[in-house]
Design a binder for this molecule. Structure first.
Ligand code: ADP
Ligand code: ZN
Ligand code: ZN
Length: 805
């Protein structure tokens, strides 16, 4: 028998390796094993067993690491699909499915061979041998923790004497279950009390007497509590020998959601619209659930999860990390109690490890988590939900594999038969196009709900949105960053004791050019994305297209209207904050951006201050747009709606639309009506018009037309290759070599696609001191071509990249 094994190698490999199965070794796909690789022993996961081998000289599997398979056949197939799809190392893809802390770094293991009955006199030798005789195979770290410093020379000597073996590369999960040592009474409390009284009468300070007395009150205690009474191991040993107590280890479950469990609240009766949506989603393989925020999508997810559990199966619900708030967790915890496991990045390795095994054992059948929760080992998977499916945080950019959780979820659904539900108020254009073309089902929730205290709901209103043309403001002599309408609205809010957000779009500030008079923005004629100021140009200001590399000199006057007010653009949060303080005297202004919001705590403090009414105006970036639900927030001003629009990325319009919809959604969520002001130099830009009218359909139609015309997804796929090097000449040479090789391969195959753009310097030309070059490929399956060239370690491959900047 042979086994194909995904192996943890330092040189990334995309294929499995073949090993012989030693006679008598019980092996199944999905098991973790140790295999020889070069001079080392490394970890692997068995992918498949086969009768014959393609390879002649195969080495045998060294050992089974865990007799329980860690991956089922569907997950094995999914891992292999990821390696192909994202051109990622196979092991890294397999590792996504393993429990957190599954030892990935090779460690030194020490195993007992033959511990002599007469232990050596040298105390260190004796301690080592005693420890491994009692514990079996241990890591060197563990041994050192137990007996103090242990040198490798000592170990080698003991190995030569035949007492132990030292192996390299065998690792165990680092996040092993946590055990707590406890002491329990093995006799009736009355008997313990009687003995305690006898001992204490004999000697009033008897430790054993006190221990028994304490245990008579509480017959099972942590060892620590007993030690606190002054008990030494000797005392406890004597009591155990006399049959009064025993010591044992109890597994401690580290449960991060304990606080939100239980408290079951009865589910609300779904509206007819919601019930119909849930029925469709339950019937279809993949469904887009399109509904504005507050339209009751989460209640539909909850209903579907209920159906999955009732069917005896399990479910995975993915939300963007930033939305995984205690409030969100509580909604699922209240409904499903102990069935819920939560996976997110703030859990410790140990907590994640426990959660993983609870799910694997089938104790928790519902997993709620951010993108990597798609890999959770839910059995009999019936449902996968992606909330806010348009969010780009579902795409992992680093480290490898650079997967998109939505695509992984769709493939997982295909492989397991689970239904997939994609929910959003502003669906990804690619997802919406799939629904339009009948590849997936679609349901809509059109009404925003306004829940009342008593649990009933009424129809809520969307905020009114006004687009403010900043060119008009200038013509009217207003040179401030705030339009007259916005200023007026903020003043009114302040008088009424309400709150306002001033939203600043900070991505890529001041790197592109805009005419203040006519709104003209220089576009690359072939790529239809904004050209931006070249960060590296020195003599003349140059405009550059970061997709194809086209450059041109920046004109002094607007090519469209000849205005001289054709200038770089973009404001920072600090400037907006300063101006807000100056304009709205006496108002309490706070700033919220990546400088002030470094920690999770800071976020929660800011939200608390807002809730308590300690802040009147917040100046913030997109971080602020997510999930904020404040009763008294009525005015939202988007200071510079155009900034995102001009970024050299084909998704600039989509991101702008999504962001504006989301920011606007923060205003007037309760009974006070909300007012939103979008300040722009391009008031006719389709994403701005559509966001102002809450018109997803209108946005989609203009956007899909643009994508079709320019050949962007969904009409093609994009792959990005990035090369980093500190040396300009060497970097350019290597980037050019790869681009040339790609073109040669494509032409040799007699094909016109994929289109190969570059190498160019990307919009962000340096990262951590290294220069970057990028090559973009655009076509039906650009990954296939990339798979054929040799790429060294300095290359990064990203299929369907989240950003082209
Ligand atoms: P979304 O996920 O689309 O933002 P939610 O599911 O959070 O919407 O619903 C918005 C609010 O309306 C929540 O407070 C929710 O509890 C309430 N709600 C939703 N559906 C119902 C219903 N059928 N009956 C009563 N309240 C509901
Ligand atoms: Zn102009
Ligand atoms: Zn171009």
């Amino acid at each position: 028998m042979f086994a194909e094994v995904g192996v943890y190698t330092t040189q990334p490999a995309r294929r499995p390796f073949t090993y012989a199965v030693p006679p008598g070794m019980a092996l199944a796909p999905g098991m973790a094993v140790f295999v020889p690789f070069g001079p080392r022993i490394v970890q692997g996961i068995v992918l498949r067993l086969s009768e014959r081998s393609e390879v002649e000289a195969v080495r045998p599997i060294s050992a089974v690491m865990d007799p329980e398979p860690l991956l089922d056949p569907a997950r094995i197939a999914l891992a292999e699909w990821m390696a192909e799809e994202y051109l990622a190392p196979l092991w890294e893809c397999v590792a996504c499915f393993l429990p957190a802390g599954f030892g990935q770094k090779p460690v030194t293991m020490v195993s007992p061979v033959d511990v002599p009955p007469l232990l050596p006199v040298y105390p260190k030798d004796r301690a080592i041998l005693q420890y491994i005789a009692a514990h079996g195979r241990v890591t060197l770290d563990e041994l050192r923790k137990a007996v103090g410093q242990v040198s490798l020379t000592t170990l080698q000597r003991l190995q030569q004497e035949g007492h132990l073996t030292v192996t390299q590369g065998l690792a165990r999960p680092t996040g092993r279950p946590k055990f707590e040592r406890r002491v329990a009474l093995t006799v009736e409390p009355a008997a313990a009390r009687a003995e305690a009284e006898r001992l204490l009468a004999e000697r009033p300070r008897s430790v054993e007497g006190r221990v028994l007395l304490r245990l008579a009150e509480e017959p099972d205690l942590p060892l620590g509590a007993v030690r606190a009474l002054g008990a030494t191991p000797g005392h406890l040993e004597r009591l155990a020998e006399r049959g009064f107590i025993r010591a044992y280890d109890r597994r401690v479950e580290r449960d991060p959601v304990a606080a939100v469990r239980g408290g079951s609240r009865p589910p609300p009766v779904l509206s007819a619209e919601q019930a119909a949506a849930a029925d469709t989603a339950w019937r279809e393989r993949v469904t887009l659930l399109h509904g504005v925020t507050g339209s009751g999508k989460t209640e539909v997810y909850l209903d579907l999860v209920g159906r999955a559990l009732a069917a005896g199966g399990g479910a995975i619900v993915l939300v963007p990390e930033i939305s995984l708030t205690p409030q969100a967790i509580r909604r699922f915890g209240e409904r499903f109690g102990d069935e819920l496991a939560v996976f997110h990045s703030r859990l410790s390795t140990g907590e994640l490890y426990d959660q993983w095994f609870r799910v694997e054992r089938g104790e928790a059948r519902l997993v709620l988590g951010s993108r990597s929760a798609v890999f959770a080992p839910v059995r009999k998977l019936e449902l996968v939900v992606l909330d806010e499916e348009h969010e780009w945080s579902y795409k992992q950019s680093d480290p490898v594999p650079r997967y998109h959780a939505r695509d992984v979820a769709l493939k997982l659904g295909e492989l397991t038969g689970a239904r997939v539900v994609l929910g959003s108020a502003t669906p990804d254009v690619v997802t919406y196009h799939r629904a339009e073309t009948g590849q997936i089902a679609r349901v809509e929730l059109a009404t925003r709900l306004a829940p009342a205290e008593d649990g009933s709901v009424t129809e809520g209103a969307l905020p009114s949105v006004q687009v403010v043309d900043m060119r008009e403001e200038l013509r009217a002599g207003n040179r401030s960053m705030f339009s007259r309408a916005l200023r007026q609205a903020v003043r009114e809010a302040l008088v009424a004791g309400e709150q306002a957000i001033l939203f600043v779009n900070r991505r890529g500030s001041a790197r592109f050019v805009l005419c203040r008079d006519c709104g003209f923005l220089p576009l690359c004629p072939s790529c239809e994305v904004a050209m931006s100021l070249d960060a590296e140009a020195t003599i003349h200001a140059m405009l550059r297209c970061h997709h194809c590399g086209r450059t041109k000199r920046l004109e002094e006057r607007c090519p469209n209207c000849d205005s001289l007010r054709y200038r770089p653009f973009g404001v920072g949060t600090q400037r907006v904050e300063a101006e807000a303080r100056a304009v709205f005297r006496g108002a309490r202004v706070a700033r919220w951006d990546s400088d002030t919001a470094r920690t999770r705590d800071a976020h929660e403090r800011m939200v608390a201050a807002l809730e308590a009414g300690k802040i009147d105006i917040v100046v913030g970036t997109q971080l602020l747009a997510k999930g904020l639900d404040l009763e008294r927030l009525t005015v939202v001003g988007v200071v510079d709606a155009d900034v995102g629009l001009s970024l050299p990325d084909y998704r600039a319009a989509e991101r702008t639309y999504q962001l504006l919809s989301q920011v606007a959604g923060r205003a007037g969520r309760r009974d006070r009506p909300g007012r939103v002001y979008i300040q722009t130099y391009e008031p006719e830009a389709p994403p701005i018009v559509a966001a102002a009218e809450h018109d997803y359909r209108g946005f989609y139609e203009s956007e899909i037309a643009h994508r079709r015309r320019a050949g962007y997804p969904p009409f093609s796929r994009i792959a990005r290759l990035v090369y980093r090097h500190h040396d300009e000449a060497a970097g350019l040479e290597e980037a050019s070599r790869v681009a040339r090789e790609l073109r040669v391969l494509r032409d040799a195959a007699g094909r016109a696609e994929p289109e190969i753009l570059g190498p160019t310097r990307p919009f962000i030309p340096r990262v951590r001191g290294e220069l970057r070059w990028q090559i973009l490929l655009r076509g039906r399956a650009p990954g296939t071509l990339i798979g054929q060239v040799r790429l060294g370690e300095r290359w990064q491959v990203d299929i369907d990249p989240a950003s082209l900047l």
